[in-house]
Design a protein around this ligand. Sequence first.
Ligand code: GDP
Length: 444
Amino acid sequence: MLNSLSDRLSEVLKKIKGWGSLTEKNIRDGLREIKLALLEADVNYKVVKEFIDGATKEAMGEKVIKSLTPAQQFTKVVHDYLVKILGEKAHDMNIKTGGISNIMLVGLQGSGKTTTAVKLAKFVLENFNKKPLLVAADIYRPAAIKQLVSLAGKNGFEVFKEDGKKPEQITGDAYKYAKDHGYGAIIVDTAGRLELDEDMMEELKRIKKVLKPDEILLVADAATGQAAVSVAEGFNRELGITGIILSRMDSDARGGAALSMSYITGKYIKFIGTGEKIEDFEKFYPDRIADRILNMGDVVSLVEKVQKEYDIEKAKKLEKKIKKDNFDLNDFLDQIKQLKKMGPLENILEMIPGMPKKLNLKVDERDLKRTEAIINSMTPEERAHYKIINGSRRKRIALGSGTTVFEVNRLLNNFQQMKKMMKKFSKNKGRMSGDMFSSLMGRN
Ligand code: GDP
């Protein structure tokens, strides 16, 4: 996510840290480099200007130059401005407690609307306990309706569709249906076009009139450049959107344009899509994204993601164990099991502070299975005290797990390495490295 911007900015900040003391001149130099990095990442020039003007004023102040840790203060200024252009804080969905909440998704064709509709349905159900009804209003592409029905079905959601009617009629009928059948939310997947188009806007306005939406969310592909900003402006001008969902934040695209959208339209980014799967969907937290971009790591998101899938009590215990250096092979096995549940590991790894962004880690499920098999062949005592696993025990474990002594040795060595790194990491002295995760996966 936003890798090139992140790399460039982290580089500049690292350089500034190397300077030791800061003067007005080198602050200006630093900010010039930040400006270039932002422009190169396709951040809208108006946003860049606001950013640099504000940050310059702030950074030139005594608070930064005369502080004991000028480089850190400077980083904080950059961070805070980034947070500011991203919308300051997370913005909630406008969802009524009682009755039916009406949500309308708009956006260009291929922006990720259909996928997002189902992701949002899941979010609404899980976070507001409202049973969502998806509405297929893209009547021009039978394939789109089929896709919605299939994706929704796989995730246990219902789709309302009607043949031979206009989108606004379908929407009206869906509302009645939802009311009669106890639904708590309606999510209308509207038709997009390849570009902004008058007919499309008129149709959306008619749907809006019927639906009286609580939310009109624009789904925008984060991977499209500056054009996406004017598209957002167009939708906002014509329809008055209430928020933005950025899809494909997982792509390697420059992404700066997407980050400009909120500032330019004055409407907040509320969610991001981070993959094709339904669970690849997150609330948008400007501060966390800024952390990620500046390579400060997104520990909070990580913790949240982990907590959602993890047993919180277990996670707390684990944290304590890591701190006390009591993390053993039983915990390790537990982790592997949990990781397997959590979906694409690459997404998770990306959130860890200091993780090289271009690791290209592809996690092989088979590696996980072998690691599991090896640990399963150990006795409880061995799992709790790995140091007792001597040569003959290793042979027995290899035999029991259908692996080789070489593999058992490798796992134990990696485990030992990992414990060392965890120790460092928990004391906040070191940074996680790619090696740690390779070792977690049982690879060299
Ligand atoms: P629509 O034409 O606007 O309804 O777009 P779709 O929902 O059909 O999405 C177009 C393509 O983008 C599909 O292949 C989706 O799987 C994919 N897609 C949607 N959201 C994301 C995302 O957040 N990340 C990635 N990598 N792909 C996405």
